[in-house]
Write a protein that binds this ligand. Structure first.
Ligand code: B16
Ligand code: MG
Length: 215
């Protein structure tokens, strides 16, 4: 046990509990195609852990046109409507046994478990994968005014759990999420993505189940 004394674990959602990357990609691609803007999977990788409006700005980098704030908001809504339809195809099959079993065991060991996600679609996603009522607390994109790398979402999650950040670990797949965790004085555990090896994390996880070796 490497991190004794922790009471709470706060999980990022997309890329940690489940993967919605491919659905975000399809939805952004549909919008970009309609607007005649080039978009590929490499650009999509830059959207991981980034808020919806900041993601749109990245998509629009390849456009020659200048759009008004009103137009941008309509584009973000258009993408989100496509994305919400795609989310309906998710099911408990999108939750791996490794993630499910590890969460159940962490709870059995006495940890309180929370979600800290930038996504405004957190609750529907959790419902689709069968974790609608599982987590003790949720902080998500509907609660915050500042996206990761700002620590706001994790601070709200910790407060809802009733713990100080020093008593919680954060599990993240995005560098922006690791930055957010460190800015909030949490222990930052990196899983996959550009989080792992970014140099700011406290520990690089060898897979989700590795949590059981350190907590
Ligand atoms: P939405 P996370 C993030 O979730 C995603 O990684 C990112 O790609 C997405 O743009 C963001 O949520 C906002 O999502 O459009 O559903 O509000 O990684 O913080 O769980
Ligand atoms: Mg993520």
């Amino acid at each position: 046990m490497k991190y004794e004394g922790k009471k709470g674990v706060i999980f990022d959602l997309d890329g940690v509990i489940c993967s919605t990357d491919h659905l975000h990609y399809q939805a952004w691609k549909a919008l970009a195609d309609r607007l005649g803007i080039y978009f590929d999977e490499k650009i999509n990788n830059r959207l991981r852990g980034v808020s919806r409006m900041a993601s749109l700005e990245i998509v629009l980098e390849r456009s020659d046109k200048q759009y008004t704030q009103e137009e941008k908001e309509a584009f973000a809504e258009e993408k989100n409507n496509i994305y919400k339809e795609l989310l309906k195809t998710m099911s408990p099959k999108d939750l791996s046994d490794e993630v499910k079993n590890t969460l159940v065991e962490l709870r059995a060991r006495g940890y309180k478990l929370a979600i800290g996600s930038s996504s405004k679609n957190t609750k529907p996603i959790l419902k689709q994968i069968g974790l609608g009522d599982f987590f003790d607390k949720i902080a998500d994109g509907t609660d915050i005014t500042r996206s990761k790398p700002d620590p706001e979402v994790f601070l709200i999650a910790a407060e809802r759990l009733g713990f100080d950040p020093s008593e919680c670990c954060v599990v993240e797949d995005a560098k922006a999420g690791i930055e957010a965790a460190k800015a909030g004085k949490f222990t930052a555990l990196a899983l996959f993505g550009d989080a792992k090896g970014c140099g700011l994390e406290d520990y690089d996880l060898n897979g989700f189940g590795d949590l059981l070796n350190i907590l």
